[in-house]
Structure formats: structure tokens, C-alpha cells
Design a protein around this ligand. Structure first.
Ligand code: ZN
Length: 76
């Protein structure tokens, strides 16, 4: 199973003023395949930025802990 990192942004949908994804990544999640539902269950924007799963760990402060634990268990 392939995995992809997908970004969760600040302010998304909070006020309704943000039409397009911002550039402030709040958290990187991991999705299975290239879907938009994170392994932790959070639903992400289909158009949110993605990264190859090999980049996991590049931004430890921004990485979802739940996704990280599940991902590492699946690829172990
Ligand atoms: Zn997550």
C-alpha cells in the first residue's frame, strides 16, 4: 500500500472567507494511496498539497502523531 503525506491548513473553512488553501501548513497527515482521508480519520482537502511519504519526518513539529504511529506500523 502506497502512502502520501497531505497538508492540513490553518483557517480552512473557519470563516468561509478562505476560498483556496492557504500556504500555512498546520499539520502534515498521512493518507493511504492518494486519498484525502488521513489515517487518523481527519478529512483533508482534496486539493491540499501532498508530499511523497519518504518526506515524513522532515517537519517533526508539524507531523500528526496519530498518522505517524499508524504509518510506521503499516510500513514496518
Ligand atoms: Zn493525522
Amino acid at each position: 500500500m502506497r502512502h502520501t503525506m497531505r497538508a492540513e491548513y490553518e483557517h480552512v473553512g473557519a470563516s468561509g472567507e478562505e476560498e483556496s488553501p492557504g500556504h500555512e501548513v498546520r499539520t502534515w497527515h498521512m493518507v493511504r494511496g492518494d486519498g484525502n482521508v488521513a489515517m487518523c480519520g481527519r478529512v483533508l482537502q482534496p486539493e491540499a498539497e501532498t508530499r511523497p511519504d519518504g518526506d515524513w519526518g522532515t517537519w517533526p513539529k508539524l507531523s500528526c502523531h496519530t498518522c505517524g504511529a499508524l504509518y510506521l506500523r503499516e510500513v514496518a
